[in-house]
Design a protein around this ligand. Structure first.
Ligand code: 0O2
Length: 265
């Protein structure tokens, strides 16, 4: 096992991680350049260390000549999303590539099916084609998709697992399960707040458009109405604008439109 040429064996995996990082980082940059909201916060990748590969092979009784087929996460990237609903968007972005620049082998939904440890994340195992000097090759890679909160929990738990050589004391395990729930509740609460902010932004946009229409109509009427009538319209508008009631502003604008049509302005 140990006399294997690891450098040569791992080279294609390094290429896969590098290519996947370029692709998902470019996707993220494209969202930013287009001025769109990106469901991707950041992307990181790594090739599994030789000791971790050997440990996993021993744990799962995988012979050396089978590790490239049976250890799926030698090449791995992790996509972090700001909000929990962004995970679905990233999954769909990956599904849209299925059969194009990568093949989806398996999806593991540890967000619906939480691991007993409390671990939450969405895993997609893909086969990624590369061209080596020895010819074309398909390499297995694992894409982990999770929120920032899920990642905070997972990296902390991973470090503790390492510290306790895989045997975290039961009392600590229970506290970790509690923390995983707390992290998930934080994700849910942040999503609710985000929805409320988006709703308020939409209302504000509608109000701004209405106010623009009202001011345009008032300008038109300025040339045809008597000064007293125009003063009344100005006063009414100032009051409505301050109160900000969308329905009242809408009906006020409708009245102005009737008048502009009547005066053909
Ligand atoms: P790394 O690179 O150190 O993260 P298994 O050994 O059965 O758990 P399997 O069958 O390869 O793993 O697949 P699984 O469980 O779908 O995915 C394995 C990877 O998911 C792990 O990689 C972790 O990165 C992550 N993971 C799964 N369960 C947990 C968990 O309870 N806590 C944390 N923190 N991460 C988890 P490795 O092999 O641990 O390697």
């Amino acid at each position: 096992m140990l006399d294997m040429n690891w450098k040569e064996f791992l080279y294609p995996y390094e290429q896969v991680v590098a290519e996947l990082l370029v692709k998902f980082n470019s996707l993220n940059e494209e969202y930013v350049r287009r001025g769109m909201y990106s469901p991707i916060e950041s992307v990181a990748g790594r090739v599994k260390s030789i000791s971790s590969i050997l440990e996993k092979a021993a744990k799962k009784n995988i012979p050396m000549n089978r590790i490239e087929y049976e250890i799926e996460d030698i090449a791995g990237i992790r996509i972090l999303c700001p909000f929990v609903e962004d995970i679905e968007k990233v999954i769909n972005l990956i599904r849209a590539r299925d059969g194009k620049d990568m093949k989806i082998e398996e999806e593991r939904d540890y967000i619906t099916n939480i691991k007993p440890s409390g671990y939450r994340s969405y895993h997609i195992i893909v086969k990624y084609p590369i061209h080596t000097v020895c010819g074309p090759k398909e390499i297995l890679a694992e894409i982990q998709i999770r929120t920032l909160a899920m990642n905070f929990w997972a990296t902390t738990e991973h470090t503790l697992k390492y510290k306790y050589s895989g045997n975290i004391p039961e009392e600590l395990q229970e506290r970790l399960v509690y923390c995983a729930e707390a992290a998930f509740n934080l994700d849910k609460e942040m999503s609710t707040i985000r929805e409320e902010i988006m709703h308020a932004e939409r209302l504000n946009e509608i109000k701004n458009n209405l106010v623009t229409d009202i001011i345009e109509n008032m300008h038109k009427l300025y040339f045809v109405l008597k000064i007293d009538d125009m003063d009344k319209i100005n006063t009414d508008f100032a009051k409505l604008w301050e109160d900000g009631n969308l329905e009242e502003l809408r009906s006020f604008n409708e009245q102005l439109e009737v008048m502009t049509n009547m005066y053909h302005v």
